[in-house]
Design a protein around this ligand. Sequence first.
Ligand SMILES: Nc1nc2c(ncn2[C@@H]2O[C@H](COP(=O)(O)OP(=O)(O)O)[C@@H](O)[C@H]2O)c(=O)[nH]1
Ligand SMILES: [Mg+2]
Length: 202
Amino acid sequence: MDLKSSDRVTSAPLRSTASNALKIVIVGGFGVGKTTMVRSVSEIRPLSTEEVMTRAGVGIDNAAGVQDKTTTTVAFDFGRISLNDQMVLYLFGAPGQQRFWFLWDRLFSGTLGAVVLVDTRRVQDSWYAIDRLEHHGMPFIVARNDFGGPAHKLEDIRTALDLSEDIPLIECDARERDSSKKVLITLVNHLYSLSTAQQEGN
Ligand SMILES: Nc1nc2c(ncn2[C@@H]2O[C@H](COP(=O)(O)OP(=O)(O)O)[C@@H](O)[C@H]2O)c(=O)[nH]1
Ligand SMILES: [Mg+2]
């Protein structure tokens, strides 16, 4: 396998005061922009194990609508954001293809929550990710990555994904750092309101 791990060089060393680590995963169908999002927000050059798509993926990875895509993530994307002197957020982009699902159980251990990326041209791919997250009881939000296709109303996407009203659904452009940051902030706010609601219920 030709593993092209994009430079293992960190541009920002981890602060020596960092004592608290949080973990968030980004999931979704093939080619939905997971690697792009981790790259756009990470303060280190993310580790990413992308394999040039070979015959192994033919007929398995549905490349319809992503003709330009010639690599596929075979393990994880991994990035880091320092929230303050003590807190560090680790981001994992998880392969969405069904044949990697056996990795998900381990990946979810210690994870606070997830971002599900959706490409409206291929909604069903992300639907599987949502199903899996619900199965794990993992809190998540959904972000529609803008590929410039027909603009579907968010409410239509909510219906197509059968998402309940309390799950935040927003738009994003994974290539934009600010947009990707907004997605992460939306997830953190959602986790915060879930934990507040839980405390009030106790
Ligand atoms: N137009 C557009 N292209 C994007 C966007 N996000 C990612 N891409 C492109 O879509 C392709 C697939 O993205 P990638 O991050 O590799 O998908 P992954 O399989 O989910 O990791 C890449 O060629 C990206 O440059 C976006 O928001 N808009
Ligand atoms: Mg990828």
